[in-house]
Design a protein around this ligand. Structure first.
Ligand code: 7TS
Length: 419
């Protein structure tokens, strides 16, 4: 249970949920792109906060309020470090990556996108990086354009270059695809966008948990991600904006915490990220997210990435050996994250997942909130195994054994074609 990169046996001891059986078999949790499990340290941080510190932040002068505020603000620093940013005042806490993107669509989009302006997206986006822009385009009369995906699962950069022009105001692109695993060349994309005077949002929901991210060298203007996909609690998202951008933006939500002075007819806004954090935030979960960031920092994101590469290589080879399975997405390990989408010949993805569940193997089936991509792949749905720091090669073996059972159920595996 030791890959070259991580001591997985030791890591697994930190995850109480993994010790259970499902349908009489050891749980094999391979649905990490949906959400990851939480180490005991994160769970303990939540309980500790409520047992020792609970208070509302930024407003109290008493000891608990001061401590809660310090702990909450310290996570802003940790999130800043995690993505290679330099100023914690450029970090806004939201509910999830989806809300981070919606915040930009509202607070930046409404003020900067007008009739006939173009927003460039890609066919491999998660719905959370499509629908907010559709709503904005409907409000403002803007036009959405989509960069094509090649047959081998990459963005067609030629189509991007041809598409981005003087009407383009924003290019919003996923860093790592939740379906294909593709890691997109966001730096190159940002250069193309910036040459045209457009801003760049990077959806980092599937990259920030799995690899070292550096927004400075990436050159993007906005970066969005979620705590729950990286060992942290649900209900916490992050939006990073390039220095100065938050100051130029109007608030997304109004209320307490986000104001400076309130008058009967209008108000002035608090400085920095506080302008975007109206009301009592998710204090406990943000603080526990800080513990998740500590956990990842201690492992080292390079090693996390290395571990996932090893597992992905092992899984792709095992699926190809099995035969009768189509793997979607790039073959080159350097270009993909730890997400392996596949379809089993002659079996519907939902049936596959149901049979796997009977083996204790949790994977996702469906369109993965990427219907445009499903249409591009000409499939209604796929199965998806997605890995994280606690997964092992033995678990991949369990996946493959369960898939062999699927093939037995659905017919003669010998007649299938290997991919
Ligand atoms: N962007 C990408 C690339 C994602 O994979 C997801 C969630 C989101 C945005 C939205 O994140 P949220 O935390 O705001 O919900 N992806 C998935 C998935 O692949 N299966 O379940 C959720």
């Amino acid at each position: 249970m030791i890959t070259q990169a991580l001591d997985v046996a030791r890591i697994r001891q930190d995850f109480p949920i993994l010790a259970q059986e499902v349908h009489g078999r050891p749980l094999v949790y391979l649905d990490n792109a949906a959400t990851t499990q939480k180490p005991r340290q994160v769970i303990d941080a939540l309980v500790r906060y409520y047992e020792t510190t609970n208070a509302n932040i930024h407003r109290g002068i008493h000891q608990l309020a001061v401590r809660a505020t310090e702990q909450y603000e310290a996570v802003r620093e940790k999130a800043t470090r995690h993505i290679g940013a330099s100023n914690s005042q450029d970090i806004v806490f939201t509910r999830n990556a989806t809300e981070s993107i919606n915040l930009v669509a509202r607070a930046w989009g409404d003020a900067n996108i007008g009739e006939g302006d173009e927003i460039v997206l890609t066919t491999m986006e998660h719905h959370s990086n499509i629908v907010p822009w559709q709503l904005l385009a409907q409000r403002r009369g803007a036009v959405l354009r989509y960069v094509a995906v090649t047959d081998d699962g990459y963005l067609d950069l030629e189509s991007l270059r041809a598409m981005v022009g003087e009407r383009t105001k924003l290019v919003s692109v996923v860093h790592a695809s939740n379906v294909l695993g593709t890691i997109n060349p966001v730096r190159e994309i940002a250069e193309v966008a910036h040459q045209a005077g457009a801003l760049v949002l990077v959806d980092g929901a599937q990259s920030a948990p799995h690899m070292a991210v550096d927004v400075a060298s990436m050159g993007c203007d906005f970066f969005a991600f979620s705590s729950h996909k990286m060992l942290g609690p649900t209900g916490v998202g992050v939006l990073w904006a390039r220095e100065g951008l938050l100051d130029e933006m109007d608030p997304f939500l109004g209320g307490g915490e986000m104001i400076s002075i309130v008058r009967p007819d209008r108000s002035t806004w608090a400085e920095g990220p506080h302008k975007f954090e109206a009301g009592t935030p998710n204090i406990a979960d943000v603080i526990a997210f800080g513990t998740a960031l500590d956990y990842l920092a201690e492992l080292g994101m390079e090693r996390v990435r290395e571990h996932e590469k090893e597992l992905t290589a092992y899984a792709m080879a095992a699926l190809e050996d099995l035969g009768g399975v189509t793997i979607h997405g790039p073959r080159k390990l350097e270009d993909r994250g730890g997400v392996v989408s596949f379809t089993v010949d002659g079996a519907h993805p939902h049936d596959v997942s149901t049979i796997l569940d009977g083996h204790g193997v949790a994977i996702r089936a469906g369109h993965h909130c990427a219907q445009l991509l499903m249409r591009r792949l000409s499939v209604p749905a796929t199965n998806r195994a997605s890995f994280y720091i606690y997964n092992t090669e033995q678990e991949v073996d369990a996946l493959v054994a369960a898939l062999r059972h699927v093939q037995e159920v659905f017919g003669d595996a010998d007649t299938r074609t290997a991919v």
